[in-house]
Ligand binder design. Sequence first.
Ligand code: ADP
Length: 488
Amino acid sequence: MQLRNPNLLRGESYIAGMWQQGEDLQTFAVLNPATGETILNVADLNDRDAERAIAAAHAAKPGWAALTVKERAKLLRRWFDLIMENQDDLTLILTTEQGKPLAEAKGEIAYGASYIEWFAEEAKRVYGDIIAPPNNSQRLFVIKQAIGVVASITPWNFPNAMLARKAAPALAAGCTFVAKPAHETPLSAIALAVLAEQAGIPAGVFNIVCSSSAPTIGKVMTSSPLVSKLSFTGSTQVGKTLLEQCAGTVKKTSMELGGNAPFIVFNDANLDLAIKGLMSSKFRNAGQTCVCTNRIYVQREIHEAFVEKLSTAMEALHTGNGSRAHVNIGPLITTKAVAKVTSLVDDAVTKGAKVIYQAKVDTNAGDIDTHFYPPTLISGVNKDMQISRDEIFGPVAAISIFDTEEEVLASANDTEFGLASYFYTSDISRVWRFGEALEYGIVGINEGLISNEMAPFGGIKESGFGREGSKYGIEDYMEIKYMCLGGI
Ligand code: ADP
């Protein structure tokens, strides 16, 4: 990897402002998912290392919380500037460890950084309240204070942005932070720590613990009395385990879990706009995002035209090693991920779905063919097929036909998940009626790209709780304290 700033590529964890190999001096290999090559061997930390990181964050907490919001905002702004100055290197690290095409990786770096910029600003806009007292001898005040030490566990699909989205509001609020990145993609997280150090964020405020054993570190984070909050992004299954573990110390939690996003196209929709929205909401990160379209519902009269337009649009998808310039679909993260997508499509086809279009994979010598799945369009999908219940996490567009608004609403809401949803219509009454009836935390209406730092991102039902970004995001990292002054 040719980096302008080679210091960004490191294999140590960052604890108490020091770069650490971990007590056991063990390492684990971080692989390039396109080629299977080892990029770097990264220090493999154990439970006692994690405890040290938590202790460091706990020790740094009073000093960090005592800074003025302007002082914290300045340090966060500096961190943001350094990330953007190093955007190209961070992009290369991200594509190499995660697989997504360079243009998308570059977008992720800017997207992740935008949360740091935003919360540097929002830190200054935390307000309390003065409440009318029940009698004149009292005065009632509400203030907001940093929760304390925040632990975070983040996934491999956005190794930079998922971490930035949590660290930014936490640090802005005055919390200190211990992050455990996914073991598939720790390098982007480590690079963020390099830049946090360079930005002058004090020792112990932002710590990274890399480990090949997520359950080991997770147990320490969820049971430590020094950790006040766990912020998790990942699968619903692991989220539930972590929630159970957090119950022991009654920790606050934010949970960004799985999704099963419906994408609904009504007869009166602008089809070209719908195709554009679908291409971005379905195929971003090769379909590996929790807000990716999972179930496509198209109204009967426009089904044929829609499928034709979609097959044509999908011809622009080029699958291969994400570091090649024209590639816009990279590998899936593991062979296991490819096997899962394959089995979902096989199950659908066995139960009657038709493959309408399947792209080709264009790998280089040295790429692992079994890590790539060709973008595929299937139609005739129904709710008995596993593909309409599971998160696909791959580049497969699965279409069902519907007849009425009532019917499609019932289908869309017929899932335990409630993260993102999308629908396309030109009927303004339906925009409100349908938007309000969808049981989702996020609704894209005539829009397929819904996430930005100014908007609240988060789900309902088994997709979790808590919101990242927006004016609401910082609240998740603050406690409300009510003070009652008497004897006046
Ligand atoms: P994904 O399917 O996206 O990998 P996971 O929920 O398995 O979703 O992983 C998300 C994050 O949770 C990763 O950092 C992973 O290492 C971590 N993780 C997985 N299992 C556990 C666990 N039992 N305890 C703590 N963290 C876990």
